[in-house]
Design a protein around this ligand. Structure first.
Ligand code: FO1
Length: 326
């Protein structure tokens, strides 16, 4: 747990998965100077398909901040066309992963640059800059890290579980392939160490934040940074805002509630942000985990709500850090 209030000149660091984190980041970029924000993004969802390197969470964050994301899905590009996918289908190729034509351009660029020897963090920065994004987007690692989902049908690569089999398998466990040997990407350690505040975004704690925390040194970095660390609950009133988080918590034996999430993060965080619908849980969370809570509106509809959540979350972190300093 952090030891003091953090560096007031340092960045706001957001540990991010896909859609929920991207929406939180939209608010952060609106509330604070984008140049002072660093997103550290999950790469456990990455996949190789038809020879292309696809990084769904990096792309979701990038497209969202570039105001290019498909608002209906929260991933992919708005108003994209699917001529390439239709051709692939007509040829009898594999079409279970929906790649739009504009999105494909991103994967072609990334794959070519990686093949030429550029690290993923550099390529991600290039794509962000070309998309007009003012904040820093970093993959948690340049190394190969892949989430493997353990089910009754055996081990499944993440996107097989998530997209191809539509999250219908009961999750018995998770494994982060490559985690033992990867390193944090350049800038990750520095950003957390020098942060003003670190936010664990309202992302799936197992599928999105789990792979980030599995990178060697990341947990220690969060435990030793001077910056206050805050998490935003992705579980509201016993249900996930989006995706399979509730079912996974249940099948892995955790309480499907903000309290269950708080227990997962208790050793890392100084304060926990829960939804106002869960305000009655604040006392139990504080007694059970020793972590203080802020109950507020965490469901983000428009930009005003996203900005308000970002402001309140960072303020809660700063206050927790100052109280800790005494
Ligand atoms: N999610 C789906 O449910 N179906 C898809 O066909 C799909 C394609 C896809 C293509 C590019 C991309 O960046 C994301 C895509 N996603 C799709 C979303 C993605 O699988 C998940 O949202 C994340 O991996 C979980 O954070």
């Amino acid at each position: 747990m952090a030891a003091s209030a953090g560096n007031p000149q340092g960045p706001i660091v957001v540990i991010a998965g896909g859609v929920g984190a991207a929406r939180f980041l939209e608010g952060a970029v609106a509330a604070f100077s984008p140049a002072g924000i660093v997103a550290i993004v999950n790469v456990g969802d990455d996949l190789e398909l038809a020879g292309l390197h696809i990084s769904p969470d990096l792309d979701t964050v990038t497209y969202t901040l570039a105001e290019q994301v498909n608002p209906e899905t929260g991933w992919g590009v708005r108003d994209d066309s699917f001529a390439a996918l239709e051709r692939l289908r007509a040829l009898g190729g594999s079409d279970w992963f929906t790649l739009g034509d504009t999105d494909l351009g991103t994967h072609l660029y990334r794959t070519e640059r990686l093949a030429a020897g550029a690290p993923l963090s550099v390529v991600t920065g290039e794509i962000a800059a070309a998309s007009g994004i003012g904040c820093t987007i970093l993959p948690v690692s340049d190394g190969r890290l892949r989430t493997i989902v353990q089910t009754d049908d055996g081990e499944l690569p993440f996107q097989e579980y998530f997209v191809r089999r539509r999250q219908t398998d009961t999750v018995r466990g998770l494994r982060f392939d490559g985690a033992e040997s990867v390193e944090p990407a350049p800038g990750v350690h520095e950003a957390i160490t020098q942060a003003r505040a670190v936010v664990i975004a309202p992302s799936n704690p197992f599928l999105s934040i789990g792979p980030v925390l599995a990178v060697p040194g990341l947990r220690d970095c969060l435990l030793t940074t001077q910056a206050p660390v805050v998490a935003v609950s992705p579980i509201i009133a016993g249900a996930a805002v989006k995706g399979p988080a509730a079912g996974i918590m249940r099948s892995l034996g955790h309480d499907v509630s903000a309290l269950g999430v708080a227990r997962l993060y208790a050793d890392l965080i100084d304060v926990f942000v829960i939804d106002q619908q869960d305000a009655a849980l604040a006392g139990a969370i504080e007694r059970d985990t020793g972590v203080g809570c802020l109950a507020t509106q965490t469901l983000m509809h428009g930009l005003d709500e996203k900005r308000a959540l970002a402001l309140q979350t960072v303020q809660a972190a700063r206050t927790a850090g100052e109280n800790r300093d005494g």
